[in-house]
Design a protein around this ligand. Sequence first.
Ligand code: AMP
Ligand code: MG
Length: 407
Amino acid sequence: MKSVDAHLADVLHDVRALSSLDLQLLDAHGCILAEDVVAPWDLPQFDNSSMDGYAVLAADLAGASEQAPVALPVLGDIPAGRPAAIAVQPGTAMRVMTGAPMPAGADAVVPVEWTDGGVATVQVTRAPEPGGFVRRTGDDVRAGQTVLATGARLGPAQVGLLAAVGRDRVVVRPKPRLVVLSTGSELVEPGLPLGPGQISESNSYMLAAAAREAGAVAYRVGIVPDDPRRLLDAIEDQLIRADLVVTTGGVSAGAFDVVKEVLGRLGTVAFDRVAMQPGMPQGFGTVGPDGTPIFTLPGNPVSAFVSFEVFVRPVVRRMLGVEPLHRPTVRALLLEGLRSPEGKRQFARGWLSVENGRYVVRPAGAQGSHLVNDLAHANCLVVVPEEVTEVPAGGTVTVMVLERRLS
Ligand code: AMP
Ligand code: MG
């Protein structure tokens, strides 16, 4: 049997980050930046008012109060987007809107709430500080500053920042396009009635969701029956849009294990028995004219999930060009004893939490690779090394953290 580490090294061996692309800004959402973005101008670009109010000289209003309001003539209005043509003279004011450029001569804004809102003359009942309610040029970003560096992930706020510095396109590493394909003649689309011996197809939904969380664009292909011709056609159809193909099912030792049969003849896909539980039957190789990588994962849902976490997710991350490739691990106190098969690395589902300031983990009771309910109520995988066959309650284990939700 092949070790987990050897298989991981094999699947990562030829994978490189995808070549960068110049994308329209919104299409770059969720991608990794592949250039340093330098601000061509200051943000804000000009001194402007942070409030609707009146541009004034603060010194004119020293001592203004409810009891002793100060009256100033209002020289005119400054809407956002229209700089004033005249300056504010001592002893005068101009009405100014939020975001409007500060007029020359003024050094503060009185919010309209501190005034009677007058149009020709304004009564001010409270004095602003010099500089009060003025957003200064460059207090956010300086021209020439690198606002986002290569490797930054473009979430909503980062997309907003790029637009604010005037970018409508940006060079990014694209998200890998991952095609998920489920094989099995027993499978039925969820929502459709089940006949005898049939089951609702779940792997492709689970893996498409996992692929999205890993940063890929996931395409879920419908069910492919255990028929060599149909499988070949389905794979060939998908190659056009795939950076990575993931199949599930059909790789064990059954009589109708069609994935193994078809891809075994097709070229570079190697089928291995990997020393792990769950997830022993693994296939990996390339298909098609572009040498598209393909994973053939086992069909049992928990095996497929664990295989995705251990082997596929790191490949997606490598294609994205991001580190770290692997899930974070922590050491935790095991609350219930665990048995593990000799010579295999076990990935047991569990619930990680913090008690009295330390990590503790409770394994899910049974560890069958068909137990999707336990999987859905786990937040981590307890990793039991190959040579260990039993960890007693109170022992310390390594835990792969799948979710930050730890309560
Ligand atoms: P296989 O690897 O094709 O022998 O499948 C192993 C087990 O996983 C069988 O019980 C299948 O019915 C089940 N299985 C295979 N593919 C799926 C799927 N896409 N969704 C849910 N269960 C599946
Ligand atoms: Mg099958």
